[in-house]
Design a protein around this ligand. Structure first.
Ligand code: ASP
Ligand code: MG
Length: 433
């Protein structure tokens, strides 16, 4: 993991630098790449040194993953579940980005700009050796930075890196965001601009709430909650890295005419946000399951046994609620996990049932988690009350609650997800005029 202050590179950049990142749909064909080149050209006129990080053309990484699997390669989640990871898998699935770096460099040159591609081994962009889910390590950008400062636009591939042993790695799906932020940190760039198919971060999903608003700014911590709760604008890891390295990240549209207003949303430190909202956004996730354990025998080690085995099995447990059971000497435990893990979770507990002493196991998969997020919550009372009142008014039953300093999440019947999100969006005054 990249740690603050451990990045080598010039302490004082000789000119101000910007990193721009374009995802798969933005570089989906050569016409779109030509448009990206025009956006980069219009930025270049402002006189900053530029590094551009690109994803593979839309669909390309999926195709390569299919090929690698067909040939027997293991990667991604397979690697996580302990099947072992394969360094050759990364060789195959990383190939898409090399093509887009070359295509964009060509398109930039056609516009008369100085540009060149930099593959990871040429930088070198270092990661650890955890194939298919590698983490960025410290790396030296002296040469890359020097070339940028001479006015040559650097085009680098996202999603991948190289180990100290010079083997190719990938950072996990959607990893180009993380590549861009890491490069921005290493180059001490002023900002990392992530161009995507939406024009910013919204107060909630605009497909559900037509009056959702684009936020001008959002703090790293709020964005982390939004990202991990299902607002899939940025890869969660990229936000963690931006937070740790204090890289301001701007999310903006790649489909706006080059040069036209495109403010996007700035993800930044809390102290850069003057107008703090109590609640900045409402997130939801339907990928939830609720497991209820009734009549768990009271013992000091019951939770350790249950959740220890679940962790061993790779089940990612989220909310946990424990209550006294009606029978003396027993308690009830409710927890949630991603929906796809529900069968595994139930099996795991079934196998511990005798040992732990559990009367009944119930699994419900038609549940959703709805969360309100905002740094202003730290210093405000009554935020939870507003939430509970709004849901009660719509007759929505709350099945579990979890809170953090800047978030309140409730578990509800999945059928009411949209109703809940809309009600909360209105209750916290987030609806656009
Ligand atoms: N091309 C890679 C993927 O599809 C990385 C990315 O687009 O961020 O996952
Ligand atoms: Mg993406």
């Amino acid at each position: 993991m990249l740690r603050p202050g451990r990045l080598k590179g010039p302490v004082y950049a000789s000119m101000s630098r910007l990193v721009m990142k374009f995802g798969g749909t933005s570089v989906g064909d050569v016409d779109r790449i030509a448009r990206v080149a025009r956006i980069v050209a219009s930025e270049a006129r402002r006189g900053r040194g530029l590094a551009v990080v690109v994803s593979a053309m839309a669909g390309e990484t999926d195709r390569l993953v299919g090929l690698a699997r067909g040939a027997g390669g293991q990667g991604g989640n397979e690697a996580l579940s302990g099947a072992g990871f394969d360094d050759e898998y990364d060789v195959v699935v990383s190939a898409g980005e090399q093509v887009t770096t070359g295509l964009l460099a060509l398109a930039l040159r056609r516009l008369g700009l100085k540009a060149r591609s930099w593959q990871n081994w040429q930088i070198p962009f270092r990661t650890d050796a955890a194939h298919a889910r590698a983490r960025v390590a410290d790396f030296d950008t002296t040469e890359l930075g020097g070339s940028i400062d001479e006015g040559v636009i650097a085009v680098a591939p996202g999603f991948q890196g190289i180990t100290v042993g010079n083997r190719i790695t990938t950072l996990g799906r959607g990893g180009s965001d993380t590549s861009a932020v890491a490069l921005a940190a290493a180059l001490k760039a002023e900002r990392c601009d992530i161009y995507t198919d939406v024009d910013g971060v919204y107060t909630t999903d605009p497909r559900i709430v037509s009056r959702a608003r684009r936020l001008d700014k959002i703090s790293y911590e709020e964005m982390l909650e939004m990202a991990s709760l299902g607002a899939k604008v940025l890869q969660t890891r990229s936000v963690e890295l931006a937070f740790a390295q204090r890289v301001p990240v701007r999310v903006l549209s790649s489909f706006v005419e080059p040069g036209a207003p495109n403010p996007g949303t700035l993800v930044c430190a809390e102290d850069q946000i003057v107008e703090k909202h109590i609640v900045s956004g409402i997130a939801y996730s339907r990928d939830e399951a609720k497991i209820t354990l009734l009549g768990v025998a009271n013992s000091i080690s019951a939770e350790a046994n249950i959740f220890g085995r679940l962790a061993d099995a790779g089940v990612n447990v989220d909310m946990i609620v424990q209550t006294e059971a009606r029978h003396e000497g027993r308690r009830n435990i409710v927890f949630t996990c991603p929906d796809r893990d529900a069968p595994l979770a139930a099996e795991t507990i079934e196998s511990q049932r005798e040992k732990v002493g559990v009367d009944e196991i119930h699994v419900r998969r038609d549940v959703a988690k709805v969360s309100v997020i905002g740094i202003g919550m730290r210093s405000q009372v009554g935020v939870a009350r507003t939430m509970f009142e709004a849901l009660a008014q719509k007759g929505i039953n709350i099945e579990a609650i979890a809170t953090s300093e800047i978030k309140i999440s409730v578990l509800i019947d999945a059928a009411y997800t949209e109703l809940a999100v809309r009600a909360l969006h209105t209750a916290y005054g987030l609806d656009a005029a």
